[in-house]
Design a binder for this molecule. Sequence first.
Ligand code: ADP
Length: 528
Amino acid sequence: MNSNEIDIHKELKKYFGFSQFKGLQEQVIKSLLNKQNTFVIMPTGGGKSLCYQLPALIQEGTAIVVSPLIALMKNQVDAIRSLSTERGIAHVLNSSLTKTEIAQVKADITSGLTKLLYVAPESLTKEENVNFLKNVTISFVAIDEAHCISEWGHDFRPEYRNLKNIIKQLGDVPVIGLTATATPKVQEDILKNLDMCDATTFKASFNRPNLYYEVRTKTKNVESDIIRFINQHKGKSGIIYCLSRKKVEAIAHVLQVNGISAVPYHAGLDAKTRARHQDMFLMEDVDVVVATIAFGMGIDKPDVRFVIHHDIPKSLESYYQETGRAGRDGGEGHCLAYYSYKDVEKLEKFMSGKPVAEQEIGFALLQEVVAYAETSMSRRKFLLHYFGEEFDSKTGEGADMDDNVRNPKAKVEAKDQVVKLLEVVRDTKHLYKSKEIVFTLIGRVNAVIKAHRTDSQSFFGCGVAFDEKYWMALLRQVLVGGYLSKDIETYGIVKITGKGLDFIKKPSSFMMSEDHEYNEAGDEAIVS
Ligand code: ADP
């Protein structure tokens, strides 16, 4: 053990009272102390904050922490201040400060007292702040919630795009980016936009073995189904997510009249009511919060036992984040989503007013949610594959924790069909998304297929013996198996991989299960 190692363990104990690092923390901290650009991808609750807080506290100079949410920054500053007798050890720099307060912050930084300076990206863009920071000792810059830099993340903030230029002006300081969003596309965007492709990357597993994933058909009886579910989990804490405020109110009301202690939470409620409802949930005065996605950021309630999605989310990242609020203590966490294709169509319609690029991204992300809902393969494997992680659905931790694995559909041999599918992808020369590939197989024409004259090819319609649903299911399973890959940059163009080409040459058994049928009633219009 080198001295460096001994030191950081001692400092960990001294500042935080912990005797061990969690997960990859130690490696991350060492990388940063070695002045390397560092990139950390850890699920929520993984212990990201300590990865920059500890190095900041034990190094000379001030670490700048960029964070998108003022409330979260305030919490963190309060937490750091409670570790020290010096109030000036951590500060927030934002536009709400008075001139005197700003002068105090600057004096503390100049004197070397301040170890952590939290700033919102827009405050960091201000010239006077940059000029000041250029002339003080900066230990490193931490970009928290780094996915905000990517349009493919769930919370794009254009101000994050300026960070690269500002950091450059601060001289040669290491940068640490941190996020809980794990899709390969977002990661690539972060590294590119922060100009830190040289960064050492640390990625923790996103598997949450204690969470149980389930999708149910959304019928007209969804409300009574939810009530039954909650009654089976009596006295336990849970969150129900809805897409519209109106729905939040309606469901909260239905639950209340059915004797369930529930409160609504959405951005349309005044701040006081929101805070009250959140506190009631945290203090266990109510069991259930019915909420829009406005609820949850920074909520650290360890014993949330279920997360129900009354409406499907807009992306699998959101779904993972929202369900991730269940079972933080490692105990039971049931994640139940209600799905109907009508809801998907409503979401698509809702997006159609947006700029074209945003729409394309929105559709592509939504298609992944549809695929997740309809698949009959291991949901955990599907989710983790989406995050670029291989999961062994037989031996992996939590392998039996979803409805599909517990109630498997019969599987059928699909070797010959896989070859057909792969050949179509190869022979259409990587022009198409899933839909056009399946259309080519079943011999259906649309404008895109016409434009490329695929309908005059000999293989057009070669899979007509099976229907659209069958091929779509097979395509998804072949994708997850790594025989095909989906290029997210082009909004979902499907390509054949080396493994896929090998399969054509030497086909082997491929057991597939058909997707679920979900054709029940959807919900009324969505207003956000
Ligand atoms: P994230 O930002 O990744 O969501 P946090 O930084 O909020 O995670 O940490 C999650 C929880 O883990 C916090 O309650 C924190 O105090 C705790 N924690 C962090 N590091 C350690 C550690 N080394 N030992 C024990 N608990 C830790």
